[in-house]
Design a protein around this ligand. Structure first.
Ligand code: URA
Length: 229
């Protein structure tokens, strides 16, 4: 909380608040990232927007027809997601871009509420191990049953979607060669194949999902006994 207050004072024009999910709840593809970047989503208010990671993510979405318009690192660039939505496991920017386990846990009710909005989702892409594990916990699945591995696909009993694992498209991972553009594209190619071409639900520029943060704030305090983040 203190960290966010510092940036509210220092950069009053930045978003500096829990970043809402972006895209329609009827989407068949949901991407789950880690947390807003300080000068990215925390500044612009749209997931991955203004971050290095966003350059690769939005270029890949465009390549596979999941968005239209030009991505210009601003929530006002007019970009429209197509049949796709983006959320984060953690809603507020964490200090040093590294969320603590208690922050991930405190944000899980928000993630759970978001996932529950996606009745028709057919593919979920988890960007990184933290997103993967938070999704598993949100669905009450055992981590040991579904280990994180780049390229792995998981199915949960009674659920209609496939969970695809990818390394996070962070600057660190791409600069060190842990994740190449080709490796990242392959995940989206498979997600596209899983969904088919039929899902053309458009998100209006700047469209966000329901303000889950407001609905669930009390639950977070009750369940975790932690501060609201
Ligand atoms: N920006 C986001 O919104 N999420 C990430 O995981 C990284 C950057």
């Amino acid at each position: 909380m203190a960290f966010r207050d510092i940036y509210r004072a220092k950069e009053p024009d930045w978003f500096n608040a829990p970043v809402p999910s972006y895209g329609p709840a009827g989407a068949r593809l949901l991407i789950v990232g880690l947390a807003p970047g300080l000068k990215g989503a925390n500044r612009t208010g749209r997931p991955f927007t203004g971050d290095f990671a966003g350059d690769l993510l939005y270029a890949t979405l465009s390549h596979f027809g999941f968005c239209t318009g030009d991505y210009a690192a601003s929530s006002r660039d007019g970009l429209q997601l197509i049949g796709c939505s983006i959320t984060n496991a953690v809603r507020c920017v964490p200090p040093q871009n590294k969320p603590l386990p208690e922050e991930i846990k405190a944000c899980r009710p928000f993630l759970k509420a978001t996932l529950n909005q996606f009745d028709s989702v057919e593919a979920i892409i988890a960007l990184g191990r933290i997103a993967h594990e938070s999704i598993l916990k949100a669905f009450d699945q055992k981590l040991a049953g579904f280990p994180f591995k780049h390229g792995a696909e998981h199915r949960f009993a009674g659920k209609n979607f496939t969970l695809f694992d990818s390394y996070h498209c962070s600057r660190y991972n791409t600069n060190t060669g842990v994740l190449t553009e080709t490796m990242f594209q392959e995940i989206f190619r498979r997600a596209r194949a899983r969904i088919g071409e039929g899902n053309t639900l458009l998100a209006e520029p700047g469209e966000v999902l329901l303000p889950v943060a407001k609905i669930r704030a009390k639950t977070v305090r009750k369940e975790s006994g932690l501060r609201k983040i």
